[in-house]
Design a protein around this ligand. Structure first.
Ligand code: M6R
Length: 599
């Protein structure tokens, strides 16, 4: 995820910017750059890869520059190279940008008509031209840009004809102003300013901030705003976690905003955008992945097979470490989809390379834009989840499931299996997804965790899509709490696994699938009558009558295309709370690595 730092004061700005960019490194990035100015000119220096590469270029640099902006880029538009790396400039405007401008293609066309040309493939360069194109005051130019842009942005801007002044504004992307003594800062993350000052102000949407070394002036449509200066009480480490106790908790909380981000990216004019891959021309699609990404792939297959398949497409899902050693007979209508958060998982990468070598079309659903998988796949659907630091994936899985659901929906719509009316309803549900999710983030899961943390074995049961969500729920629990856990298709329980049920063995039954809810409930009762303690995750319409249930979590019932996204949230929280109670290292579980780059 991109990071921003800006400085105006008396210090050597390159030192401040490089230091700031380094404290943003934990967010992940693929390239970095700065723009600095002194009385004479503005200089832009960029480099691909680590910040040390940028530092190398700045080694013998003139130390007289005392104002500038810096950026770590996490590519979303255009490949990873120096040209696409920020800062971007157009005539009088130099800027750095975090976020995504949804209507940048449209704006670009309008600007081309009036004579602007573009060096990069980015949406950010379009903003620079947009601001530059306005003939009027700088404030009006920035308000004009706010009105024209659709999407999210945190922007720090310098104008060639105005020395010693930075401008900043934001929408749906964080940005704060750090208040120092004869110096001021602007940053996407509080960790940047902490070595210099603890005082900061928040920037609200619609505001335009003018920053000099002695003043920070914030304007909105009514004029000058009286802003409250806050004091950051966090340590540097806390700041990186955004005040959350663990990265995992922070990342789970980011799932709500991720819905909005993905909605803005993939829905355009109330329709599925071109950014959602159209897989309707293929008749054989293999989805390949490892771990949680494999479980997300299973959700995708289930949705396609159950709701949008007209018989003309066959979806196969496989674990990458198995798939790479199998024989494959691809035709000209075959597609291999690889799903990977890190984009570096060795087995998944090997499958991608194998498919590429055999000339098959490949598509990667991948989070890290600079990763090998993102670079080598023929088509890419970016997950846009931002850096995931906790080893146990949460928002990564969430994004994978949502993107596979969108691919399924678009396929169904193109094939006529989803009508216009159904499509409209699906898009409406997507738009409201955050409001369905929010109550699930407000439940106190510690009560259930207290009952579970001391257990040796915990079993999940479910049918259909509920079983598939159970796979991820069980993995989450075992990988961070080290409790042995397994998941069974509820109907299979009595064919063997029921022998494992002793008095008080926790069985967590997931029941949100309408068609088979009665059957699922019967299976849960079977387990209970063998002594199991019964826990339910059930949609509101599942009637539990007078059953004695240890704990029940109710989830809203929504379209099956989104239901798995709701169902997984409580299990991520339960795993987290159980791991905490057991004193486990939540973010770095034993024996596990974030990115498995060996076979
Ligand atoms: O980076 P990837 O998505 O390719 O990683 C795949 C698995 O290694 C990963 O999902 C793993 O299972 C996680 N520890 C799950 O939390």
């Amino acid at each position: 995820m991109c990071g921003i730092v800006g400085y105006v004061g008396n210090k050597n700005v390159t030192d401040v910017l490089v230091h700031g960019l380094k404290s943003l490194e934990y967010r992940g990035y693929d390239s970095a750059g700065i723009a600095i100015r002194n009385d004479e000119d503005i200089k832009i220096i960029k480099s691909v890869g680590k910040i040390t590469n940028l530092e190398e270029k700045l080694k013998d640099f003139d130390k007289s520059y005392t104002m500038g902006i810096g950026h770590t880029r996490w590519a979303t538009h255009g490949e990873v190279n120096e040209v696409n790396c920020h800062p971007h400039f157009t005539n009088n405007v130099v800027l750095v940008h975090n976020g995504i401008i949804e209507n940048y293609r449209e704006l670009k066309k309008e600007l081309e008509v009036i004579g602007y040309s573009f060096l990069t493939n980015t949406d950010s360069e379009v903003i620079a031209a947009l601001i530059d194109s306005y003939k009027g005051s700088k404030y009006d130019a920035l308000v004009y840009a706010q009105m024209k842009m659709r999407g999210s942005y945190a922007l720090v801007i310098m104008f060639d004809d105005e020395k010693n002044t930075l401008y900043a504004m934001r929408k749906d992307s964080p940005l704060i102003v750090g208040i120092g003594k004869n110096e001021n800062f602007v940053a996407s993350d509080i960790s940047v300013i902490l070595p210099y000052t603890k005082k900061y102000i928040d920037i609200e949407e619609g505001e335009v901030v003018k920053i000099t070394k002695n003043d920070v002036l914030v304007y909105d449509e009514d004029g000058l705003v009286d802003k409250k200066v806050k004091t950051a009480l966090w340590s540097l480490e806390d700041a990186k976690k955004g005040g959350f106790e663990h990265f995992m908790l922070k990342e789970m909380n980011e799932e709500k905003d991720l819905c909005t981000k993905l909605f803005n990216k993939f829905i355009e004019d109330e329709n599925y955008s071109d950014d959602i891959p159209d897989i309707s021309k293929y008749n054989n699609v293999d989805i390949v992945a490892c771990g949680s990404a494999f479980y997300a792939a299973n959700v995708g297959k289930y949705l396609i097979d159950s709701y949008v398949c007209d018989g003309s497409i066959h979806i196969n899902v496989d674990v990458a470490s198995e798939y790479r050693y199998k024989k494959h007979f691809y035709g000209d209508k075959s597609l291999v989809i690889v799903v990977s958060q890190s984009g570096e998982t060795a087995d998944t990468l090997a499958c991608l390379r194998m498919a590429n070598n055999l000339g098959v079309d490949t598509l990667a659903i991948v989070n890290v834009p600079s990763s090998t998988i993102a670079k080598e796949a023929k088509m890419v659907m970016p997950m846009l989840a931002g850096p995931e630091i906790a080893v146990a994936t949460t928002k990564g899985y969430f994004s994978q499931v949502l993107e596979l659901s969108l691919i399924a929906q678009k396929l169904g719509y193109i094939k006529g299996m989803i009508s216009d009316e159904e499509k409209n309803l699906l898009i409406e549900t997507f738009e409201n997804l955050k409001s369905y999710l929010t109550p699930l983030f407000e439940i106190d899961y510690s009560k259930i965790a207290n009952k579970l943390w001391s257990k040796e074995h915990i079993y999940f049961i479910g049918r259909g899509i509920d079983y598939i969500v159970g796979l991820e729920a069980s993995l989450k629990l075992k990988e961070i709490s080290y409790i042995h856990s397994d998941v069974y298709q509820a109907g299979e329980l009595k064919h063997g696994p029921i022998a494992l049920i002793d008095k008080s063995t926790p069985v967590i039954s997931i029941i949100t699938n309408d068609e088979i809810k009665e059957k699922s409930l019967s299976n849960a009762i079977e387990a209970q009558s063998r002594g199991a303690s019964l826990y339910l995750l059930a949609s509101e319409n599942v009637d539990i009558d007078n059953l004695k249930i240890d704990e029940i979590i109710r989830v809203p019932r929504i379209s099956e295309f989104y239901q798995p996204l709701l169902n997984i949230i409580p299990f991520q929280f339960i795993a987290y709370e159980v791991a905490k109670l057991k004193g486990c290292d939540v973010d770095k579980p034993k024996n596990l690595a974030k990115s498995v780059t060996v076979e």
